[in-house]
Write a protein of this length. Structure first.
Length: 248
């Protein structure tokens, strides 16, 4: 009943990792049968993917694509990038119920030097992977959208030469923010950088921009916290910017 009510209120996407952290424990396929049936009943879209290109290009199987030492594969190697893209496309083709794929890098604080030397900053490197996948899916599986994450070292938008494909969904995830107040509150200086980064994304990117929020998970870090006033202020700021989605 709660999910049905959520669908009626446009809370209409269920997200589940394809293979969380590549451990083979929390996988989409382990819940696929039930999730597919119930999502169809309720009119809910299915989104999967998540942190870790290596879930589709495991280093133990493809050591030749990790000569830079990881955690990212050698995305500047055309063969490595094509092999990753092919693996994702095959996964999605076999699971036609999926309509959004989360093409997120590994959940790490920094990318290796060899990649940064070529692309300048993490968000640029992420664009190389995301844009190539989006371009391929337009031809191979036009019903599937790609999502990238603005998170940790990729919280800032890419440079213009690496601008994100406007068909891609950008999920802005300020996981280390404080919930002492709204993202743009003048007195909450810890959030100022996130507010500036979100504004920069909206200024330079006209596609779908959504918030990946942690209200239910990390607000205890800011105790005492008043979540409704914080959420109200966040929504006011984000809607003014033109943010058009939220998830948690």
């Amino acid at each position: 009943m709660r999910r049905t009510a959520g669908a009626k209120n446009r809370l209409n996407t269920y997200v589940h990792p394809a293979d969380y952290l590549g451990l083979g424990v929390t996988t989409y396929d382990s819940v696929r049968t039930v999730l597919r049936r119930e999502a169809v009943r309720r009119g809910i879209r299915i989104e999967t993917g998540g942190h870790g290109y290596d879930s589709f290009l495991p280093p133990e199987k493809y050591p030749q694509y990790y000569t830079s030492g990881g955690p990212l594969f050698d995305i500047y190697n055309p063969e490595a990038l094509d092999t990753y893209i092919a693996a994702v496309v095959a996964f999605l083709r076999d699971r036609p119920e999926i309509t959004v794929f989360d093409c997120w890098p590994p959940d790490v604080s920094r990318f290796q030097k060899e990649i940064l030397d070529r692309y300048g900053k993490p968000a640029n490197a992420e664009s190389v992977v995301v844009n190539k996948l989006a371009e391929t899916l337009r031809t191979e599986l036009p019903g599937v959208r790609v999502e990238r994450i603005a998170y940790n070292s990729t919280i800032q938008p890419p440079d213009p030469d690496y601008a994100s494909d406007p068909a891609v969904i950008v999920d802005f995830a300020p996981y280390s923010r404080t919930y002492d107040g709204p993202l743009d509150a003048p007195g909450v200086t810890a959030n100022a950088g996130f507010a500036k980064a979100l504004t920069a994304w909206r200024t330079g990117f006209r596609g779908s921009l959504a918030m990946y929020e942690y209200y239910r998970r990390y607000r205890w870090r800011s105790q005492p916290v008043h979540p409704l006033s914080t959420i109200t202020g966040d929504v006011r700021f984000e809607s003014h910017l033109g943010v058009n989605g939220v998830g948690m």
